[in-house]
Ligand binder design. Sequence first.
Ligand code: GDP
Ligand code: IMO
Ligand code: MG
Length: 420
Amino acid sequence: MSGRIDAVLGMQWGDEGKGRIVDWYARDYDVVARFGGGDNAGHRIEVGETKLALRLVPSAALHPTVELFVGSGCVVNLEGALDELARLAEVGVDTSRVKFSDRAHIVLPDHGVLDRASENARGAGRIGTTGRGIGPAYADRVSRLGITLGETLDEREFRSRLRAIRAAHERAMQDPSILPDFAEMEERLLALALRLRSAIVDGVAYVHTRLAAGKRILAEGAQGTLLDISFGSYPFVTSSQCTAGGICTGLGVGPSAIGRVIGILKAYTTRVGEGPFPSELRDAAGDRLREAGREFGTVTGRPRRCGWFDAVAARYAASLNGAHAVALTKLDVLSGLDRVGIVTGYHRGESVASLVEAGRSDFDVEIEYLDGWAEDISAVRRPDDLPAAARRYISRLESLVGLPIELFSVGPERDSLIRA
Ligand code: GDP
Ligand code: IMO
Ligand code: MG
């Protein structure tokens, strides 16, 4: 018998509501696995009184029997991971179910310092990173300087790798004195690694023994397709692969292991940080979406930039991921608008433009407006009970994106969902 890996991925610039949607799909799976990113992610889940903001731990933490896996493509801040486990234990989560791949890389305190220094040096051209050292940790991994979680298990090896990576950071920096004290950092990291030891597993065997036993694995995306290092709005992206291809490289499986791919789209668009955002509303309409959708970063608290749904970007994301269907979130936030916009095209003069060109000034968007609806829809649980205008909006999105929407969310709580 062989199991299968399905996936739930963000198809915009992150914060589509992956946490709550993964929490919903997770009831049908044995394992939920993160395959990339680090604690730059912030995934909110609300179940009754329990409200979680997960950073690294997969969003099935509130399903007591589901195994939780932080895969080989992830980067792990030891202190952050241990704090997150402790916080989960406080709310009664059995954290012995959380395992980390030995091939995941660690994010060092140096990486946070390098991330922030690089942002300062970029000045007006900054990316607007979360400042959590994610980019420098992935850069060290690609430079073959990084340290894997598995390497923290051998004290001598760990010490020597730390010395080598610090020497490289010192060589690369104009002012190495801003790096944390080495001896203190070394002892602290050794102590943290010891505490995480029992949760570190052979990341390849973990996945393959479960697949061989016929278990169902759900891959949980972090960030979003348009933040993907290869296909996003480069250079205003994160440093990992957020698209479906990242599941193979991040969990160590072939494409034949991948089954259904669900893409999550918010009913409008948001983005934190800098970079092109063709459908952005820099006026009162954007402020209204931010207030109604409570669009403030889960990790950094920054106000999110807000705009209309971008059908061009969504179609691009759907094709990059080979998505089978869509889960649409935050439909309730659009209630009360006279009209709802959808971006249906980008132009530069007479010619059709691409997302990559979207940062330039001579760039226009085509917007289609649909009638809005006044009713509060947060208590609706059946598609037929939605106002006609909301149903028309949904079916227009389906035809523009070219995929069926199989699930809508109309509030942040676990059961605020409508199945198509
Ligand atoms: P993620 O990073 O993709 O998991 O998304 P975040 O958790 O960072 O941001 C999504 C935010 O929207 C969270 O605060 C959720 O509680 C909230 N949310 C999710 N779905 C809905 C919804 O359908 N309606 C409303 N009003 N809020 C939602
Ligand atoms: P979740 O999983 C939204 C953005 C940052 C910045 C860029 C690079 O909650 O959707 P980084 O710190 O990764 O080097 O920052 O990527 N970013 C996110 N935006 N949601 C996220 O995660 C993000 N993770 C990174 O704002 O623009
Ligand atoms: Mg988030």
